[in-house]
Write a protein that binds this ligand. Structure first.
Ligand SMILES: CC(C)(COP(=O)(O)OP(=O)(O)OC[C@H]1O[C@@H](n2cnc3c(N)ncnc32)[C@H](O)[C@@H]1OP(=O)(O)O)[C@@H](O)C(=O)NCCC(=O)NCCS
Length: 239
């Protein structure tokens, strides 16, 4: 999730895209956007996505003029963490959790890729991701959930800059294991981990169209506190 910020900047993603930081007041000149687009084309960037604060208080015409289009709305959800949350079980529902760095990277990558299948969370972007993209390093706790010997889900967490909050960088379950409680167990684990490490709240971003994920988060007391318009640009000439 890339929040709105005060300056226009972009950050390359390992999957061949870029995440654009758009200033909260929307003051980006058409010349700045055109220069950015030239740089992306020259570097073979596959797509760019920008997150705009809602309600919009500025014109999106400069974005549209370089080929950006509205994609979806990202809802930002928050749940407070209480000391009693640490009592939750850490290997709920018979799952075993393994950190990425204790696993064969090919298993991590293949499991992640399977969790994208049928996803309602920015599915348009999944189609653009490089097949051989390296796994994104979030710098936080990243685990694969196993049921027996089968990898069934992935959870990636990261701390906020000041360390008081825990953010979901990614949560996904492989299609065959959906609706069997894997995600619920991983959300419980994340909340317990947040309580154990003294965080005040857990944050996440979810595509407004992703009804299954929103039902899951609502069940654990997450509530929306902000939303962003997601706009995207696709490099039609990228292979
Ligand atoms: C969303 C997702 C993570 C849910 O994982 P899951 O393991 O199937 O979820 P669970 O079995 O733990 O379900 C827990 C609760 O979530 C809700 N839920 C999950 N899937 C649902 C669906 N398809 N429709 C409605 N509610 C759903 C229900 O409240 C469910 O409880 P119930 O089964 O007792 O009714 C999974 O569908 C997925 O990986 N999707 C693709 C990636 C994705 O969208 N990730 C979320 C990014 S924010």
């Amino acid at each position: 999730m890339t929040p709105a910020s005060d300056t226009f900047a972009w950050q390359p993603l390992p999957d061949g895209g870029v995440a654009v930081r758009y200033p909260a007041d929307g003051t980006v000149t058409p010349a700045e956007l055109a220069a950015a687009r030239r740089a992306w084309l020259a570097a073979g960037v596959r797509y760019a996505q920008a997150f705009l604060p809602l309600p919009l208080t500025f014109s999106t015409q400069p974005l549209a003029s370089v080929g950006f289009r509205p994609l979806t709305v990202l809802e930002l959800h928050r749940r407070s963490v209480w000391p009693t949350d640490s009592v939750r079980t850490q290997t709920a529902n018979g799952l075993t959790l393994w950190p990425f760095d204790g696993l064969d990277p090919a298993v991590v990558k293949a499991t992640l890729a399977r969790t994208y299948v049928g996803s309602l969370d920015g599915p348009e972007l999944n189609a653009l991701r490089l097949d051989d993209a390296p796994v994104e390093e979030t710098g936080g706790l990243a685990v694969v959930a196993f049921r027996g010997a089968e990898p069934v889900g992935v959870l990636q967490l990261e701390a906020s800059d000041d360390g008081t909050l825990l953010e979901f960088a990614y949560l996904g379950v492989v299609p065959e294991a959906r609706r069997t409680g894997v995600a619920a167990a991983l959300v419980e684990f994340a909340i317990a981990h947040a309580a154990d490490s003294g965080r005040r709240a857990v944050l996440l971003g979810v595509d407004a169209r992703n009804a299954p994920a929103k039902a899951l988060y609502a069940r654990f007391g997450f509530a929306e506190y902000e939303r962003r318009a997601v706009w995207w640009w696709v490099n039609e000439s990228a292979p």
